[in-house]
Design a protein around this ligand. Structure first.
Ligand SMILES: [Ca+2]
Length: 467
């Protein structure tokens, strides 16, 4: 619900004139409890309070400036009695838009919302010509807080996340800087009811400090040395639309090509010679250019029955490519055996990370994730506020196409099982009025014997108040 009466404080904070400014906010309490059933004492709980504020200022008939910010406090409990607290704040949007042009901070998404789905500062422009809709975007992650960034590609991204944020030290707040670009063309008139899409998404590592260079030396034993840059380009194709009657489909895939560096050549085990008692000198390895070829494919079949209590049934299958040696560019591991030939990386990773299950959310690397969703409004015909209670059941089945590793801990390395587990999530969402809503959900994960983790249960409840 929006408010047009503007309190004095918000005028000061945002500096906008009071007329034609719309603003609102929300307070959300979210509690979740994770319980490994074989060892309840290893359970954990998180209670998060999030305060969101948004404002939109209109200029004339088509231009507007939108600002969105959030402050969040997460209180984590690990049984039996360890408590930690983390406060984060972020500017989620600050974007001026007019017609098809948007300039500023906003969400950048590819047509499958999987390879690229993150907040960036930049420019987006969409326009249509001769039955083709174009969407062009370019942005930078240089000023995005790492706490809110979904981009984890290189070793530098992982290292940055281990550095505690300190508000007095700007360098600890931001994720490694990157430039990203996205081009998309949608053809809507080739076949009736069908949209064909081609897209190109790219990201370039723009770090200058502590970055490895082709031919540079690498010490296997000294941490904190230069790490490899990762540059990627993804080319996508998609088709979506109505198949027949209430049946819809959405099919897309991406081929990723990129470059990185791998430490190559032999290195001595650092230590002492047992005979001479002298330290064995470390042989430095040499960084060499290495290549990345990966891919992801997705198919969704959807049944939409709005007249039958808003029933939605969706079958989704996502497949991500794998790597026979399981090494990814974020590890910067030397070639095995320690030869001169740099690694070829073939496991899937996107520009941003993805996930949708409540408990088990591995990146789709060396995985086939099958998802069956059934959603409806059980009391949809009721005349009361309960009419918009929505229930959604999600079943996920995780299978790896090869016996190699996946992009998630908890796999038994000695197991050759391909089936990894099933998760069932059930959620209820109720928004009786525009200014408040509540949700409750639970998930049950049953991993297979190929996983070292046992059955897990998770509960999640949230209450949202809008003003
Ligand atoms: Ca490889």
């Amino acid at each position: 619900m929006t408010r047009r009466i503007l309190p004095f404080l918000a005028v000061l904070a945002l500096g906008f004139p009071a007329f034609s400014l719309d603003w609102g906010g929300s307070l959300e309490d979210d509690s979740s409890t994770n319980l490994p059933l074989s060892k309840l004492s290893a359970g954990s709980a998180v209670q998060t309070e999030t305060f969101r504020l948004w404002a939109i200022q209109k200029f004339g008939s088509s231009a507007s400036l939108l600002a969105k910010a959030n402050v969040s406090d997460a209180l984590s409990f690990t049984f039996p009695r360890s408590v930690s607290n983390a406060v984060t704040a972020d500017l989620d949007a600050f974007v001026w838009s007019s017609g098809g042009l948007a300039v500023g901070r906003t969400t950048f998404r590819d047509f499958g919302s999987t390879v690229l789905n993150t907040t960036l500062d930049g420019i987006q422009y969409s326009f249509g010509a001769h039955g083709v809709d174009f969407n062009l975007a370019a942005g930078s992650s240089a000023l995005i807080f790492k706490s809110g960034s979904t981009v984890v590609i290189s070793e530098a991204d992982l290292n940055e996340r281990t550095v505690a944020e300190d508000w007095r030290k700007a360098s600890t707040l931001f994720a490694p800087k990157r430039a990203m670009a996205y081009l998309e063309a949608s053809f809507t008139t080739l076949l009736p009811g069908q949209t064909f899409q081609v897209a190109e998404a790219a990201q370039f590592d723009l770090r200058t400090d502590n970055i490895a260079k082709n031919g540079g030396t690498h010490s296997h034993f000294t941490p904190g040395g230069p790490t490899a840059p990762v540059h990627m380009s993804y080319t996508g194709l998609g088709v979506s639309g109505r198949l027949s009657g209430p049946f819809y489909w959405d099919l897309w895939s991406y081929l990723g090509l990129g470059t990185s560096l791998t430490p190559t050549g032999p290195y001595a085990q650092k230590g002492f010679d047992p005979v001479t008692k002298q330290p064995i000198p470390e042989l430095m390895q040499v960084w060499k250019t290495s290549y990345i070829v990966n891919g992801i494919g997705n198919m969704d079949l959807t049944l939409l029955l709005p007249s039958l209590n808003d029933t939605i049934v969706n079958l989704g299958i996502m497949v991500g490519s794998w790597d026979p040696d399981g090494i990814s560019p974020d590890q910067n591991l030397p070639t095995k055996p320690q030869g001169d030939k740099p690694s070829l990386y073939t496991g899937y990773f996107g520009i941003s990370r993805t996930g949708s299950a409540l408990i088990f959310n591995p990146q789709p690397t060396n995985l086939v994730i099958t998802q069956l969703l059934y959603s409806f409004k059980p009391l949809g015909r009721s005349k009361s506020d309960w009419a918009n209670l929505q229930m959604a059941t999600n079943c996920f089945i995780f299978v790896r196409p090869t016996t190699g590793p996946i992009a998630e801990a908890g796999l038994d390395p000695s197991s050759s099982g391909l089936y990894l587990g099933t998760e069932l999530d059930v959620s209820f969402l109720w928004r009786p009025a525009s200014d408040w809503g509540a949700s409750f959900g639970f998930g049950f994960l049953a991993p297979s014997k190929a996983m070292t983790r046992g059955n897990e249960l998770r509960f999640q409840a949230s209450l949202n108040l809008s003003f």
